[in-house]
Design a protein around this ligand. Structure first.
Ligand code: 4FV
Length: 246
C-alpha cells in the first residue's frame, strides 16, 4: 500500500479522477490511500493569504513560505518518514524508471505549486526533491500530481486487472507495436493477416519487428539508450533491407 499525501490549494480537483476506473478500485481495495491537504488551512490572518507579490518586482504572484512551512511540517510529522516532493518544471523529468523508483516507497508527499511558484526558502529548506512531468508550464501542480499517482498506482500488484498489465508496458525500452481489434476490415482497411493467422510465433515476431520499426522511426534515442541485442538486431537488418528504407 502506498499513501499519497497531497498539499494543494484545490483538493476538489482530485475527486473526479480518483473517483473513476483503476484509481477508484485501487482506493477501494486499500492498495493506495490519497490524503488531500489544503495548505490554505495553515494560512494566518482573516484573509488566510497564501500568495504575495514577488520581491524585486515582476508579474505573477509567489506562494508565501509561512503556510507551506506549517503545512508541510504538520503533514510530514504524521509518519512514515518520506521525502517532500515539489512538482515543478525545474524538477527531474518523470519517466518510467523514476516511476518504478517512486512505486517502491511506502509514502509520497506531493506539493502542488500555483501562481509563479513557491518562495525559494520552501524549496531550499523543506523540499527534498523536485519532479517535472514535462517541459511546459501548467497553472498548477495538481495535474502533475495526478500523473504521478496514476503512473505509480499502475505498478502496484493488484491494481491492474488482467485486461491490462503494467508488465505489458514495453516502454521505456521500445514503443508499442500497432494494435488491432474487430472488425477485420474497416472502411476498406484490413487487419494484418499474420494477426489472424493463429500462428503465435509469427505474431510474436511481427509485433517485435513493428515495435522496432516504430521505435526506429519515432524514438531512435531509445535504440541508443537500450541497444538492440539478439533477435532485435536481425529484425533491424530486415527493416534496413526493406524497400524505401535506404
Ligand atoms: C509543472 C510541470 C508545472 C509551474 C508554476 C505550477 C506549474 C505553477 N509541474 N511539471 N510541467 N507547474 O508546470 O510539474 O506553480
Amino acid at each position: 500500500m502506498i499513501r499519497f499525501d497531497i498539499l494543494t490549494l484545490f483538493p476538489e480537483m482530485f475527486a473526479s479522477v480518483l473517483g473513476e476506473s483503476i484509481l477508484k478500485r485501487a482506493v477501494q481495495a486499500g492498495l493506495i490511500e490519497v490524503r488531500l491537504f489544503d495548505f490554505r488551512d495553515w494560512a494566518e490572518g482573516r484573509h488566510r493569504q497564501v500568495d504575495d507579490v514577488p520581491y524585486g518586482g515582476g508579474d505573477g504572484m509567489v506562494l508565501k513560505p509561512e503556510p507551506l512551512f506549517a503545512a508541510i511540517r504538520a503533514v510530514r510529522a504524521e509518519g512514515p518518514e518520506s521525502p517532500v516532493t515539489l512538482l515543478t518544471p525545474q524538477g527531474r523529468r518523470l519517466d518510467q524508471a523514476l516511476v518504478q523508483e517512486l512505486a517502491a516507497r511506502p509514502r509520497l508527499i506531493l506539493v502542488c505549486g500555483r501562481y509563479a511558484g513557491v518562495d525559494e526558502r520552501v524549496r531550499r529548506h523543506l523540499v527534498d526533491e523536485e519532479l517535472s512531468i514535462g517541459d511546459y508550464v501548467l497553472s498548477g501542480g495538481e495535474l502533475p500530481a495526478l500523473v504521478v499517482i496514476e503512473a505509480v498506482a499502475r505498478l502496484l500488484p493488484g491494481v491492474l486487472g488482467n485486461q491490462d498489465s503494467a508488465a505489458a508496458d514495453s516502454f521505456p525500452r521500445r514503443l508499442e507495436a500497432p494494435q488491432y481489434t474487430r472488425p477485420l476490415e474497416f472502411e476498406g482497411h484490413a487487419v494484418p493477416e499474420v494477426l489472424v493467422s493463429g500462428h503465435h510465433e509469427a505474431i510474436r515476431r511481427w509485433r517485435k519487428k513493428e515495435s522496432l520499426r516504430r521505435t526506429l522511426e519515432r524514438r531512435p534515442d531509445l535504440l541508443e539508450k537500450y541497444p538492440p541485442e539478439g533477435e532485435e538486431a536481425a529484425l533491424l537488418e530486415e527493416l534496413a533491407g526493406e524497400p524505401g528504407r535506404g
